[in-house]
Design a protein around this ligand. Structure first.
Ligand code: TYM
Length: 337
């Protein structure tokens, strides 16, 4: 069976980018009988960017409810909270000890923080923690712990998965003696939605504050947020360039080829931006409304979600604990029996 694994960092509320880039393809993959799927709430990762415990807890609940509302079947999938698996931080340390600092220096997330500091005239490392610097190693441990073959993600995560491959190959080389401890993982990316733009046309991202929340605030908030997508000043009746705004790309992430062609043609024919936004909202709602109903029911029962996560943690640890015992032995640590 192919192992498929992905996670979402528990800061903030899930947005359309998370849904089309990771959740939707991951749930679809999990329905394949030849797939063994592992989906998790990356709350250790959340600590890197967030020091507000209440926010992490709320986000974890929202992301868990989102996965379930989007159709994840916890019977079929191993669905867990990263911080319930102590083997992951332990593996992170084993991997940290074989990871070149130079590899981490190249991490986009870390470099972006440094560049922003320099642009602001501050010290390059201001506010940069070791957590941010070695973030890709924790992510490698997530993936390698379960020997995932495929990792469904948006394009922004490709570099992290390449780093996980490098780290896996290095570990295999140092300790394998011909044995491959780790599978080399591959990113699984849907080209059409690899980078969903946000309201301003840049990548939809919590850090740019340009997101369209998937469920939070209900249909009204979705509609109001879509109305804020940036467009040019062309009036109803004037021909529009469908590619001048994020509207069309977001529409494409939900529509089939024929629907998309009709939408583009209508814009060229002079459809007003206000009307186009209504159509986009209507198209997204067709998919999201039934999920939102499930979401609202799920989020009202945190104890049920907690029970599911506990079951998931047991399933995940049943795999992680023996795998880690083998790795500990391989590097020369005492073997747990
Ligand atoms: P995170 O929480 O930032 O994003 C979760 C997933 O959503 C995708 N995504 C997007 N896809 C398309 N367009 C967008 N605008 C967009 N914004 C976000 C991301 O690519 C990601 O797939 N480090 C990861 C979480 C993680 C993880 C892992 C993922 C931790 N361990 C192991 C895979 C495997 C992160 O912060 O994603």
């Amino acid at each position: 069976k192919t192992r498929v694994l992905t996670g979402i960092t528990t800061t903030g509320t899930p947005h359309l980018g998370n849904y089309v880039g990771a959740i939707r393809p991951a749930v679809a993959a999990s329905r394949d009988a030849n797939v063994d799927a592992f989906y998790f709430l990356a709350d250790y990762h959340a600590l890197i960017k967030c020091d507000d415990p209440a926010r992490i807890e709320r986000s974890r609940l929202e992301i868990a409810a989102t996965w379930l509302a989007a159709g994840l079947d916890p019977e079929r999938v191993t669905f867990y909270r990263q911080s319930d698996i102590p083997e992951i931080p332990e593996l992170t340390w084993l991997l940290t000890c074989v990871t070149a600092k130079g590899l981490m220096n190249r991490s986009h997330a870390y470099k972006a923080a440094i560049d922003a500091n320099l642009d602001a005239g501050e010290d390059a490392d201001a506010g940069v923690t070791m957590g941010l610097f070695s973030y890709p190693i924790l992510m490698a441990a997530d993936i390698l712990m379960f020997n995932a073959h495929k990792v469904p993600v948006g394009r922004d995560q490709i570099q992290h998965i390449e780093m996980a491959r490098d780290i896996a190959a290095r570990f295999n080389h140092l300790f394998g003696n011909g044995r491959e401890f780790f599978v080399l993982p591959e990113a699984a990316i849907e080209e059409s939605v690899a980078t969903l733009p946000g309201l301003d046309g840049r990548k939809m991202s919590k850090s740019y504050d340009n997101t369209i929340p998937l469920f939070d605030g209900g249909a009204k908030r979705m509609k109001d947020t879509i109305a804020r997508i940036v467009t040019d000043s062309k009036l109803p009746g004037e021909a529009k360039d469908p590619d001048s705004t994020a509207l069309t790309t977001i529409y494409a992430a939900f529509a089939g080829a024929d629907e998309l062609a009709a939408f583009r043609a209508a814009l060229v024919d002079g459809l007003g931006w206000g009307e186009a936004k209504k159509q986009l909202f209507g198209r997204i709602e067709r998919d999201v409304a039934p999920m939102r109903e499930r979401y609202d029911a799920l989020i009202a029962k945190p104890a049920d979600i907690e029970d599911l996560l506990q079951v998931g943690a047991r399933k995940a640890r049943a795999i992680a604990a023996p795998a880690l015992a083998t790795l500990r032995e391989a590097v020369g640590l005492r073997k747990f029996v």
